[in-house]
Ligand binder design. Structure first.
Ligand SMILES: Cc1cc2nc3c(=O)[nH]c(=O)nc-3n(C[C@H](O)[C@H](O)[C@H](O)COP(=O)(O)OP(=O)(O)OC[C@H]3O[C@@H](n4cnc5c(N)ncnc54)[C@H](O)[C@@H]3O)c2cc1C
Ligand code: SF4
Ligand code: SF4
Length: 407
C-alpha cells in the first residue's frame, strides 16, 4: 500500500517486515522494526524493570501498603463498569473500543494503534492504525494469539501521527513504555487489557476443534469470572461450559507457550487505564492508574455506568490447590486431580463458593505468580533473577515459595 493510499484509509493495515527469531518472544513487533537491537532494552522477557517504568509512567512505583497495589499495580481507583448501550461484536460491552472512538471523535489523537481480525481468519489478530471513529467498530472482540502491534509505530511516524493511542496486551505495553521516550510522540494514551493464558492462533484453533463438531461456527469465546467458558455461535446459540468440564486433558502439554506461562504482568500495570473483567462479577472491571486514565474514562461521560467493585470468598484454598496441580503436572497442563464424576457437581458449586469480584482477581494474579516461579525454576532457572520482579516473590510467599540462591 502506498503512502497516500494509507493516509486516505480509515484503517491502515500495512505489511510489516519478517520477525527476527528470538527465544521467549511474543512478537510484539520490535524485532520487526528498523532497530532490532532495542529488544534488549524493551523486552518483558529479558530484563524488565517494572518499578522504574511504573515510576516513569505513573509518577510512583506500586506501593504494597496501598490496598490492592501489590496485586494490580499502581492505581487511583477501580470500578465495575458497563456501557449503557453495549456495542455489538464487543468482547464485553465495548468500553475499550469506545474509548478509541471517543479519542478520534474529539480529535485528541491522530490514530489508534490496535488489532483487527485477519480477513481470512477472524481469530487471528492483525495490527492496524485506525484514523477515523468509524474504523474502530471492526476491531471489537477478542482474538487469540499475538501479533506485531508495535511494528506499526514506524508507520505512525512515517504518516506524521504525533498524538497516538495504543490498545494492547501487557507484553506489548511493556515494550511500548520502555521505548516511549524515543518515539518522538507529542501525546500517548495507553489502554491496556489484562492478558493471561494466551497461545498462538494455530494452537487456539486446536482448542476450538475440541469444543465443537463445527469449530468454524464459533464466533466468541470468553473465560468468565463465574468459572464458565462462554461460547457463541454463528446461528445465535450460546453455550456455557464449567472450567472443570473443559477437555484440557486432550491438549498437548506445551499448548501454552513458555512466555505466557511465565508472564509477570497479568493486569497491564503500565497502561493509563486497564479494561478487564476479572474483578467485575459479570461486568467490566476498570483500573484507572493515573490522570490520563481518568481523562480516558471521562471521555465516556454518561455512556458508562460505574459502581464500586465487590469482593467475597477466600482465595487461599483455590490458589494452594492450583499450585499443587502445577507441581504435579511438571511442565504439562495443570489438570485437576479430581474424579470425572465429581466434575459436574464442582463445576456447579464453584461459582457459588469460590472467590468472587476483587478476590477472584487477586486469586488469578497469585496463581499466575505461582506459575511463573515454578515454570521458570524448571525450565529457565538462570533467567529467574532477571525475569522475576520483587513483587512477584511477595505474592507467592504466603504459599511457601521463597526466592532461592541465585534466583
Ligand atoms: C489473549 C487475551 C486474554 C485475555 N485474558 C483476560 C483475563 O484473563 N482477564 C481479564 O479480565 N481480561 C482478559 N482479557 C481482556 C478481555 O478479554 C477484554 O478484551 C477486555 O475486557 C475488553 O473488553 P471490551 O468489551 O471493552 O473490548 P472491545 O471493545 O471488544 O475491544 C477489544 C480490544 O482488544 C483488542 N484485542 C483483541 N484481541 C487482541 C489480541 N489478541 N491482542 C491484542 N489486542 C487484542 C481489540 O483490537 C480491541 O481493541 C484478555 C484479552 C486478550 C486479548
Ligand atoms: S521486545 Fe518484542 S519482539 Fe523483541 S524479543 Fe521481546 S517480545 Fe520479542
Ligand atoms: S500472557 Fe503475557 S506474554 Fe502471553 S500474550 Fe498475554 S501479556 Fe503477552
Amino acid at each position: 500500500m502506498g503512502k497516500s493510499e494509507l493516509a486516505n484509509a480509515s484503517v491502515l493495515r500495512p505489511e510489516v517486515r519478517a520477525a527476527e527469531p528470538r527465544e521467549l518472544c511474543t512478537d510484539c513487533g520490535i524485532s520487526r522494526s528498523e532497530d532490532t537491537k532495542r529488544c534488549g532494552r524493551a523486552c518483558q522477557f529479558i530484563k524488565p524493570d517494572y518499578a522504574l517504568l511504573e515510576q516513569r509512567v505513573h509518577g510512583r512505583a506500586r506501593d504494597p501498603s496501598r490496598t490492592d497495589e501489590l496485586h494490580f499495580g499502581p492505581l487511583q481507583r477501580m470500578v465495575r463498569a458497563r456501557l449503557a448501550q453495549p456495542k455489538p461484536g464487543a468482547q464485553w460491552t465495548g468500553i475499550t473500543t469506545r474509548i478509541g472512538e471517543r479519542l478520534l471523535e474529539t480529535g485528541a489523537v491522530d490514530a489508534v494503534l490496535t488489532m483487527a481480525p485477519d480477513p481470512n481468519d477472524s481469530w487471528r489478530p492483525v495490527p492496524v492504525l485506525v484514523t477515523a471513529p468509524s474504523g474502530m467498530a471492526a476491531c471489537r472482540g477478542m482474538r487469540m494469539g499475538y501479533a506485531p502491534l508495535l511494528a506499526l509505530l514506524e508507520t505512525a511516524r512515517e504518516q506524521g501521527f504525533r498524538r497516538l493511542a495504543v490498545i494492547g496486551i501487557p507484553c506489548q505495553v511493556y515494550a511500548l513504555r520502555s521505548l516511549e521516550d524515543e518515539l518522538g510522540l507529542e501525546r500517548l494514551y495507553v489502554v491496556g487489557t489484562p492478558c493471561s493464558d494466551n497461545t498462538t492462533t494455530e494452537n487456539f484453533h486446536k482448542f476450538l476443534e475440541l469444543l465443537s463438531a463445527d469449530p468454524s461456527t464459533i464466533t466468541y469465546l470468553e473465560f468468565r469470572a463465574d468459572y464458565h467458558v462462554e461460547l457463541r455461535f454463528t446461528d445465535g446459540r450460546k453455550k456455557e461450559i464449567p472450567f472443570l468440564m473443559l477437555p484440557l486433558s486432550k491438549l498437548p502439554g506445551d499448548f501454552f507457550p513458555m512466555t505466557c506461562r511465565t508472564c509477570v504482568d497479568y493486569t497491564n500495570v503500565l497502561a493509563d487505564i486497564t479494561v478487564g473483567y476479572m474483578g467485575g462479577e459479570g461486568q467490566q472491571w476498570l483500573i484507572v492508574r493515573n490522570g490520563r486514565g481518568e481523562e480516558l474514562l471521562a471521555l465516556l461521560g454518561d455512556e458508562v455506568i460505574i459502581e464500586a467493585p465487590g469482593s467475597s470468598g477466600k482465595r487461599r484454598g483455590p490458589v494452594s490447590g492450583f499450585m499443587k496441580n502445577v507441581e504435579l503436572a511438571a511442565g504439562g497442563l495443570p489438570l485437576r486431580s479430581m474424579p470425572n464424576w465429581l466434575r459436574p457437581l464442582m463445576g456447579w458449586l464453584m461459582p457459588k463458593i469460590g472467590p468472587r469480584g476483587l478476590e477472584f482477581a487477586r486469586a488469578r494474579v497469585e496463581m499466575k505468580a505461582v506459575e511463573t516461579v515454578l515454570h521458570l525454576r524448571r525450565a529457565h532457572p538462570r533467567r529467574m533473577k532477571y525475569m522475576i520482579p520483587d513483587h512477584v516473590w511477595r505474592l507467592v510467599e504466603p504459599y511457601g515459595i521463597r526466592k532461592g540462591d541465585g534466583e
